[in-house]
Design a binder for this molecule. Structure first.
Ligand code: CFM
Ligand code: HCA
Length: 540
């Protein structure tokens, strides 16, 4: 941290807050310290934001409708609520799709479906209008499935979306299911992920038992095809001879969800948003899961090797090694080209629930250090790693995993390796339910900040003057006005893909361009040019 004392900086960050707020934030602003056996300090997370602090977070509805179900191309996703919720969750996430991969060519993503709730429905109830909307969507599009997402007013007025969905399912003869993902539930998007996972598991997974072709059949969980990332990952899988049964949920389709329990293995990329599906699929169908990461060329190679190790066949191992050997030279040439210009630069990352960690891989490959990072809504396990028990049972609206029945035909639908095989893999250092958190991989003294506020963002920018700051659209212009380049790691600023080998090359070029642009140095606020204006703009 350039010789600055991180504890002092933490003190300075807290000094402006009232005592009670400072006490709370102190538990969420942590100076990292990695001890023996990857022991790291406890960080408070997944707690309510203090009212008045300007947070980066979104809502439960965003996590359910936007994040988990949004990238599914052939479900008609109807927002039950006032039009704004539907409009602002309409394609802003840049989850790409390839309609050619659905036999009937269905792609409803370019549409924004909403019941457009008015005063009338708020006062007299919205169930009738919801029924009409489902009917109208069916008549116009003839989809295989319709999903309904509840916004805040639905919970407040007590519309029973689940009964409406059940009735319409019977009437139309297609799958219709609802989500009680009212925006106010929980403390962030995270509650919405959980609700989405539960319902998709309950209403869709397991409906089609056909075991398809492919020697190494996997599901890719927690990858959402932002900026086309999934297309690059698909390219790599195809070269390796690995068959993707279903994704959850980049470029996904309802039929593939329904068949996903027949896969041999679940790969989890964004653990935060999808771990619940993995846990439930393991309990009910015996599909084990491992954590992988395709952000970063090294991480991609490591993940491919991990998959090969799970299947334990020389043929796959050889193929994976051949693919890595074929892909890496171009990546290494690209990093050698930019590294003299990026080496030693400093980054800060404040994003969601997994990218603030995963993208540190790519910065490492550029020789850049991450001074400070944090998630918007992740839980302690995402920060502290395998030392912390998964938080599956403590989230909002949890389904009790112990209540899940095991599939009646385990011979056919239980692809789990024998306990002895799994034990052997574990003994060879292979993790199953364990995974790495952000803090054990970060340097001592780096500042880890959960649910960072706008005030804290501005303060650490002024203190450290990082070479690049990564976050979302709400932070973008504040950061740029400080004369610091800002890269959106949600939407990729309309670039990408950044996953896999080709993605890494794209990212190197982009970051090189950004951290070496002279334009930021020319940026001066009016009061920096004319000091007499300072009084006019003063705010304290
Ligand atoms: Fe997972 Fe995501 Fe993320 Fe996430 Fe998100 Fe996203 Fe994100 Mo925005 S599922 S936690 S809720 S990786 S939408 S694709 S970019 S905040 S870091
Ligand atoms: C969400 C979606 C979001 C927002 C991104 C941003 C995304 O949280 O509802 O703030 O720029 O990735 O699109 O995380």
């Amino acid at each position: 941290l350039d010789g600055m004392d991180p504890e002092k900086i933490k003190e300075e960050l807290l000094a402006k807050y009232p005592t009670k707020v400072a006490r709370k934030r102190a538990k969420q602003i942590i100076v990292n310290k990695v001890g023996a056996d990857e022991e790291v300090p406890v960080i408070q997370s997944n707690v309510r934001t203090v009212p008045g602090l300007i947070s980066q977070r979104g809502c439960c509805y965003a996590g359910c409708k936007g994040v988990v179900l949004g990238p599914t191309r052939d479900i008609v996703n109807i927002t039950h609520g006032p039009i704004g919720c539907g409009f602002y969750s309409w394609l802003t996430r840049r989850n790409q799709t390839d309609p050619d991969t659905t036999p009937d060519g269905h792609n409803f993503m370019p549409y924004c479906f909403s019941t457009d709730m008015q005063d009338q429905q708020i006062i007299f109830g919205g169930e009738k209008k919801l029924k009409q909307a489902i009917q109208e969507a069916y008549d116009n599009f003839h989809p295989k499935a319709i999903a309904v997402f509840s916004t805040c007013p639905v919970g407040l007025i007590g519309d029973d979306v689940h009964t409406v969905c059940r009735q319409m399912k019977e009437a139309l003869g297609i799958n219709v299911f609802g989500f009680s993902c009212e925006g106010y539930k929980g403390v962030s998007q995270s509650a919405g992920h959980h609700i989405a996972n539960n319902q998709i598991f309950k209403h869709v997974v397991g409906l089609d038992n056909t075991v398809g072709d492919g020697e190494y059949r996997i599901n890719l969980l927690g990858e959402y095809n932002i900026g086309g990332d999934a297309f690059e990952i698909d390219r790599i899988f195809e070269k390796c001879g690995i068959t993707v049964v279903s994704t959850f949920s980049g470029n996904s389709s309802i039929d593939k969800f329904a068949n996903s329990h027949t896969a041999d293995l679940n790969l989890i990329m964004c653990h935060r948003s999808i771990n619940y599906v993995a846990e439930m699929m393991e309990t009910k169908y015996g599909v084990p899961w491992i954590k992988i990461n395709f952000i970063g060329a090294e991480a991609t190679a490591k993940s491919l090797r991990k998959i090969a190790r799970y299947f334990g066949e020389q043929k796959l191992t050889d193929r994976v090694e051949a693919v890595i050997a074929e892909e890496l030279p171009a990546v290494q040439a690209a990093s050698a080209e930019v590294r003299p210009r990026t080496e030693g630069k400093r980054a800060m990352l404040f994003v969601g629930g997994s990218r603030a960690h995963h993208y540190q891989e790519l910065f490492n490959e550029l020789g850049m250090e991450t001074l400070s990072a944090g998630y918007e809504f992740a839980h302690r396990d995402d920060y502290e790693g395998r030392k912390v028990l998964p938080t599956i049972k403590v989230d909002a609206d949890s389904r009790n995993i112990e209540e899940l029945e095991i599939h009646p035909d385990p011979e056919r639908y239980n692809p789990r390796k024998s306990e002895e095989d799994l034990e052997e893999l574990r003994a060879s250092g292979m993790e199953f339910s364990g995974y790495e958190g952000m803090m054990p991989t970060m340097k001592n003294g780096s500042l880890v900040i959960d649910d960072i506020s706008q005030y804290e963002t501005e303060t650490i920018i002024e203190t450290f003057k990082p070479d690049i700051f990564c976050a979302g659209i709400k932070e973008k212009y504040i950061v740029q006005k400080h004369g610091i380049p800002m890269k959106q790691l949600h939407s990729y600023d309309y670039g990408g893909p950044y996953a896999g080998f080709k993605g890494a090359i794209n990212f190197y070029k982009e970051i090189d361009r950004m951290v070496n642009s002279k334009v930021w140095g020319y940026l001066k606020a009016p009061w920096q040019v004319n000091p007499e204006l300072a009084a006019t703009y003063a705010w304290e």
